[in-house]
Design a protein around this ligand. Sequence first.
Ligand code: NAD
Ligand code: IPM
Ligand code: MN
Length: 365
Amino acid sequence: QKRYSITLLPGDGIGPEVISVAKDVLKLTGSLEGIEFNFQEMPMGGSALDLVGVPLPDETLAAAKNSDAVLLGAIGGYKWDNNAKHLKPETGLLQIREGLKVFANLRPATVLPQLVEASTLKREVAEGVDVMVVRELTGGIYFGKPRGFRTDENGEEVGFNTEVYAAYEIDRIARVAFETARKRQGRLCSVDKANVLEASMLWRRRVTAIAEEYPDVELSHMYVDNAAMQLVRNPKQFDTIVTNNIFGDILSDEASMITGSIGMLPSASLGSSGPGLFEPIHGSAPDIAGQDKANPLATILSAAMLLKYGLEEEDAARRIENAVLDTLNKGLRTGDIYSTGTKLVGCKEMGEAVLRSVDSQVHAA
Ligand code: NAD
Ligand code: IPM
Ligand code: MN
């Protein structure tokens, strides 16, 4: 019997709804695969602010660091939107990414055959799309200094941030991306704004240098504005994309829509050692929170990534992935992926259906 400790961070909005479902899926999968999970739920984001006054309590970060993997729902909400920066839920999220040193964020956008109808793109454009976005997660403009507010010489209020990358930060994310591409179709597209930004000029130079270590991977470069356009023009041209923190944030939301919904996209955030952080790419969706409307599949698939990338439990991961496909084959859909002829269900019912499918998989194929 293998044992793992998992820190659960439900967070805010739909976070607790999707985490509750994903936890049940992990538990059942574990019991069928000879794995015992020891779950510890900790506060973070807005709920931590309300409880103890900070978005990432020390105890939460310590628990996360001491566990084998961390599964996060989502954080944020209108209530805290006007808080000072250090008292924002989002700051807690950046702190835990930084605290766990998870610099590499893998965001797979796969168009499942069952969901082609849910894509906003035409069938022939969407069908078969399988893009892995490798997003740098602990650097760039999100963390760069100087940053802040000041008053300029005309008495005008100014807000400012700094896009900054050190060579070692680019080198290590580039290596993760080349390794990732090597296991896929062997094509890596590095996305930057090297025609304008110095941080991108260095990015392109370093990625090109690291490519020497990976002669089997075909490297191309693209400016981010063109990449945003190409993603909706012909997404099948992409295999693996590597990009900085902010471009990766934006392009992965865009890529998610090709797959039918942002409610489908999971992610894995990994460092060079220590526990990984696994979370859906979507936010706390305050517009649908508390209504049992959230699509839990992005979080369930994040739990599968936790098993695969965090614990190297590939059979268990595959069991969950197959259960998701099986559930979609049965025609169940939450509102965000609904199309005519399918059955509209809520978050809980979708979760229960996935549980049944996890259970009914005699052999994890
Ligand atoms: P969002 O991703 O929360 O929602 C965008 C839209 O997608 C909304 O219409 C929402 O209803 C829908 N949506 C998102 N997830 C869904 C799901 N699982 N099922 C069905 N529909 C879903 O982005 P936003 O509205 O820009 O941000 C809301 C809050 O979430 C903000 O406070 C933001 O800072 C925060 N946020 C947190 C994370 C995170 O925790 N990782 C990520 C993004 C945004
Ligand atoms: C995400 C979110 C976060 C980000 C925010 C909430 C800080 O959009 O996880 O994609 O920008 O990284
Ligand atoms: Mn985002």
